[in-house]
Design a protein around this ligand. Structure first.
Ligand SMILES: [Ca+2]
Ligand SMILES: [Ca+2]
Ligand SMILES: [Ca+2]
Length: 510
């Protein structure tokens, strides 16, 4: 995911130019992570870069035995998720992965990163967002009808999925919590504070949950991405600012990105496990797991990351959680035989490689069970940047597009999505990052209506209620005469829109 003016940026929002948003400051775990030298057996090399690993035990068992082997191989256990047999380890032994893979009871093990656990001195400004102007805010307030929050007239995406009509029936249940697994959520925002669920919020950046008050918030200078996502799901209908898709449900923040904006496997595993164990009904995942855009199962490191994440998402689903994820902003056909990935690994030096996405999934979105959401713009067409792919995309939702590509109807003026930002403000962003929370909000409405429905039942309702969207062919979104993507499939299920556009009204009526 290239991002404006920098190679970094894995959160899936689209900046003004075209690339993706994100970019933050830096990483605090370095100091806490180094294994004390005296814990490392003399025979084990400990002079390599300090790296983080996931170790997956066979059948999710044998964790006690494997932990001993980890220590003997010069590893320090950071967290052990015994319910799924995934252990998070730090080690400076360059041969750690190779050594531990040979241990009986270990199914796979891999480094979660290619850069060491050490500070990287970069502070980048998030260039992805467009401001809400004072004139726009005034125009919106004047256009607002009774019962609408003052900025709601700028939120073209709400009527696009009939959320405005749904709100006449219900705002959703406060017994449903959607966890935003992301860059953190600023719960002090006046539009988020009323619906924020602190008990379901944490910081998972190190791979081990920290529930210290406020640990889930973005630090000063860090990305507002998660805060924006949270507002789309459940900004309060309170006479202030914007309205979320499900303004009566609860939203929480599980921070998983480090200050450089990297979403590493151990943090994301922690996020899913923590959400599952704290009664979260829905998770929203608007990112891909770093440092690989695609993770090849036949690579010993990347394969272990896929395995660990699959175990975590499956565990969450078993506990009743519906996992919703952004399809990605590379305009890639995820059902293609080959994709050229030029951005991985993104934490050191990317190398061009050709991958088969069926063997090298984008995680978590392509994991079985996870709802994969493509993005549409204000003209109801696939957004220019949105990934697609028949059999991969499950459903479509508004994530916005360049205003010149898909212009909303007045009084809305910006083709992007307006939502909450840090410091109590509002801004526009576009990306599959913004589409996923629209779908997660609809899932929360379904769960409100059907509190005892299993994740499989909720997903079946989501797909059945979605409004069919036929393929858009030829698709020339930038109008230059050249086709930009080819949609495969029929009216009711295709590569651009999956089973269709999410339907908030059916969600509260069925
Ligand atoms: Ca509001
Ligand atoms: Ca429908
Ligand atoms: Ca074109």
């Amino acid at each position: 995911m290239a991002h404006l003016g920098t190679r970094r940026g894995r959160v899936l929002a689209l900046p003004v130019g075209l690339a993706l948003t994100a970019s933050l400051g830096f990483l605090p775990v370095g100091a806490a992570s180094a294994a004390p030298a005296e814990d490392v057996p003399a025979a084990v090399a400990s002079d390599g870069p300090n790296l983080s690993y996931v170790v997956n035990t066979e059948g999710g068992r044998h964790t006690a035995k494997v932990r001993k082997a980890i220590a003997a191989a010069g590893g320090t256990v950071v967290a052990s998720y015994d319910a799924i047999g995934v252990i998070v380890v730090h080690s400076k032994n360059p041969a750690f992965a190779e050594t531990i893979r040979a241990v009986k009871g270990v199914q796979s093990a891999g480094s979660t990163r290619t850069a060491p656990l050490a500070p990287v001195a970069t502070t980048e400004v998030d260039e992805a967002s467009q401001p809400l102007t004072a004139a726009e805010a005034r125009a919106a307030a004047e256009a607002a009808e009774d019962g609408q929050d003052p900025l709601e007239p700028m939120q073209w995406s709400l009527p696009a999925i009939k959320a405005d009509k749904a709100h006449d029936i219900t705002l959703g249940s406060s017994k449903v919590t959607v966890a935003v697994i992301d860059t953190g959520v600023d719960d002090t925002h006046p539009d988020l504070a009323p619906n924020f669920d602190r008990a379901a919020s944490a910081n998972c950046v190190t791979g081990k949950a920290d529930t210290t008050e406020g640990s889930w918030r973005p630090a000063q200078g860090e990305s507002d991405h998660g805060t924006h996502v949270a507002g789309t799901i459940a900004a309060a209908k309170n006479g202030v600012g914007v309205t979320g898709v499900a303004p009566g449900v609860k939203v929480s923040g599980i921070k998983v990105s480090n200050p450089d904006g990297f979403f590493y496997t151990e943090a994301v595993v922690c996020g899913f496990m923590w959400a599952a164990d704290h009664g979260v009904e829905v998770t929203n995942n608007s990112y891909y797991v770093d440092p690989w855009l695609y993770n090849c199962k036949n690579d010993p490191d990347q394969g272990a990351l896929v395995e660990a994440l699959q175990r975590a998402t499956r565990y969450a689903e078993r506990k009743g959680t519906v996992n919703v994820a952004a399809a990605g902003n590379s305009a890639h056909d995820l059902a293609a035989d080959e994709i050229t990935d030029t951005t991985s690994p993104n934490d050191t030096t990317p190398v061009d490689r050709v991958v088969d996405p069926s063997e090298c999934p984008d995680i978590p979105t392509m994991l079985p069970g996870v709802v994969t959401v493509s993005s549409t713009g204000a003209k109801d067409l696939k957004a220019s940047y949105s990934n697609y792919g028949l059999g991969v995309v499950d459903i479509a939702a508004p994530g916005g597009d360049r205003t010149e590509y898909q212009t909303p109807e007045a009084p809305a003026v910006n083709g992007r999505i307006l939502s909450t930002t840090v410091n109590g403000g509002y801004n526009y962003k576009a990306g599959t990052s913004m589409a996923s929370p629209h779908a997660a909000g609809v899932v929360a409405l379904i769960k409100s209506k059907h509190p005892h429905a299993t994740p499989a039942m909720v997903k079946a309702l989501l797909f059945a209620q979605a409004d069919d969207r036929a393929c858009t062919n030829p698709y020339d979104i930038n109008g230059d005469g050249a086709v930009d993507a080819v949609c495969e499939g029929g009216k009711r299920h295709n590569g651009f829109y999956g089973t269709g556009l999410v339907d908030a009204l059916d969600a509260v009526r069925w």
